[in-house]
Design a protein around this ligand. Structure first.
Ligand code: F0G
Length: 481
């Protein structure tokens, strides 16, 4: 929520009270250097005791509400037929308008089951943009992922409100080229993660849905960030200015045949679901659920999380909840732009993003500028971010390096966790880094896993720039900062 100040500025303001807190600590620069070296210049491999502000992800790291915590106390732990499952079923029916669902332990488990059921070797899976785990699952089943984004999608400096849209002409052309039978489904990702949390519009979703129906192709929504995408539709698409988040969410889902979600984002829990109104889709996936996840009524989630998800689904349609990180991100991005930091615009739904190819123009993609920026941010601030560029893009089947479409450092803003002063600190340290960008060098893999290499890969700082950067920072701010 924003409130209008006397001088006309909009202030993103928290519509909640903070009643439980968790201590955090700013390790001094020398300690951060040692931690970064130990982690192989990969922020995934840091320990949280060495992290001051954790902006690695908004996945599973959001603040839960009092009502969610209370609901966890009445969880019904049963292997089969537990009441918690039926309470989640009610919420899914009420909020999403969907009758059949399968709980799974998290989003990628849903992707796994969908890929296993529907993707066959040679298939082309069409999407507005891939997500890392999504692509891995579809490719492991022998499918190929076609990303039919628009010409705006990869412009990091833009005013286009819906950079997550699918290019309708490219969609028609791809169906004509490959034939509908080669396309198991079209996947639209809400608040498209890897291009900067950018939403698609309802108008675009309707166009995609119409074409999918005409060709008899299934349309699947990745709804991990559906409340944020709905919020952007409300704010940016005139037809929906007066609509509620709940109505927009239902209208989005009415266009699709099936949805799956990581519940770790919009619903602030640890879990996931697949849901549909088409009984035959549910029947096709259900046999695999007990094989890979668990029995139908818990499917790999703890019953406590199932209860919290039932509440989280209802709460995410609250305007205050749906806007809680989006408005802070908008402020964060505006502050970065003010300071001349190349932030991705317009602001997206899960994070503020910095375009590393602009902040570190001297680094070619072969030495991973976004990875270097994520490491440099940690060294100079204790803030943990995530590389979303070439490191996050695996090699092709021949082992050749594939350059990322973008080189972004992602500063995730978990819902209701951080405040304006945290954001102001981050912007300040980025400002210092921008002035010392020439001190940041490239990275090189010393340990490179064969799949999703960004999780466990270890790198080294070419020429030992990390120590020089930490020393320059210490010179300006002292040994304790
Ligand atoms: N789809 C999207 C759009 C996601 O952002 C994620 C996870 C997944 C699927 C997979 O879900 O993690 O529950 O298995 N995104 C996290 C992130 C990991 O940091 O952006 P999961």
């Amino acid at each position: 929520m924003n409130v209008r100040l006397t001088d006309g500025r909009d202030l993103p303001i928290e519509m909640h009270k903070v009643r439980i807190v968790q201590r955090t600590r700013l390790a001094p620069a020398a300690e951060r250097l040692a931690a970064m070296q130990e982690a192989g210049y990969n922020t995934f491999l840091l320990r949280t005791r060495d992290v001051f502000i954790d902006m690695l992800t908004d996945s599973g790291t959001n603040a839960m509400s009092d009502c969610q915590l209370a609901a966890m106390m009445v969880a019904d732990d049963a292997y089969a037929g537990g009441e918690s499952y039926y309470r989640l079923a009610d919420a899914i029916r009420d909020v999403l308008g969907l009758e059949h669902f399968l709980p799974v332990h998290q989003g990628r488990a849903a992707e796994h089951l969908i890929a296993k059921t529907f993707v066959k070797p040679g298939h082309k899976v069409i999407t507005n943009y891939h997500f890392t785990t999504t692509r891995a699952h579809f490719e492991l089943m022998g499918g190929e992922v076609l990303e039919l984004y628009t010409s705006e999608a990869l412009k990091t400096d833009s005013t286009h409100p819906f950079k997550g849209n699918m290019d309708i002409n490219r969609l028609e052309a791809a169906i004509a080229e490959h034939g509908a039978e080669a396309i198991p489904f079209i996947r639209m990702e809400c608040t498209t993660n890897l291009i900067g949390g950018q939403p698609f519009s309802m108008a675009n979703l309707r166009d995609v849905s119409r074409i999918a129906r005409r060709h008899g192709i299934m349309l699947i929504l990745d709804t991990s960030l559906i409340s944020e995408n709905a919020y952007f539709i409300k704010r940016r698409e005139a037809e929906y200015f007066d609509a509620s988040i709940g109505d927009i969410v239902k209208a989005m889902l009415a266009e699709a045949d099936m949805m799956y979600m990581s519940g770790r984002k919009s619903t602030c829990v640890r879990g996931g679901i697949i849901a549909t109104n088409r009984r035959e889709i549910f029947d096709a996936i259900r046999p695999w659920l007990p094989v890979y996840e668990g029995f139908l009524t818990y499917g790999g989630m703890s019953s406590k999380e199932i209860e919290a998800m039932a509440v989280g689904l209802r709460e995410m349609t609250d305007l205050e909840v749906a806007s809680s990180s989006a408005d802070l991100i908008a402020h964060f991005v505006a502050r970065m732009v003010e300071e001349g930091i190349p932030a991705v615009t317009p602001p997206g739904g899960l994070a503020g993003h910095v375009d590393a190819s602009k902040l570190l123009p001297h680094l070619p993609q072969t030495v991973y500028p976004a990875g270097a920026l994520a490491a440099a941010v940690y060294l100079t601030s204790g803030v943990r971010t995530m590389e979303r560029g070439t490191v996050s893009t695996d090699r092709d089947v021949h082992g050749n390096e594939v350059m990322g479409d973008l080189e972004l450092a992602r500063f995730a803003v978990p819902r209701r966790v951080y405040t304006m002063s945290h954001i102001e600190y981050v912007v300040d340290r980025l400002k210092w880094l921008k002035e010392h960008a020439d001190l940041v060098g490239g990275l090189r893999f010393v340990e490179e896993p064969p799949v999703l290499r960004f999780f466990f890969g270890k790198m080294e700082d070419l020429g030992g720039w990390g120590a020089r950067l930490a020393a320059a920072f210490e010179k300006d701010f002292g040994p304790e900062a």
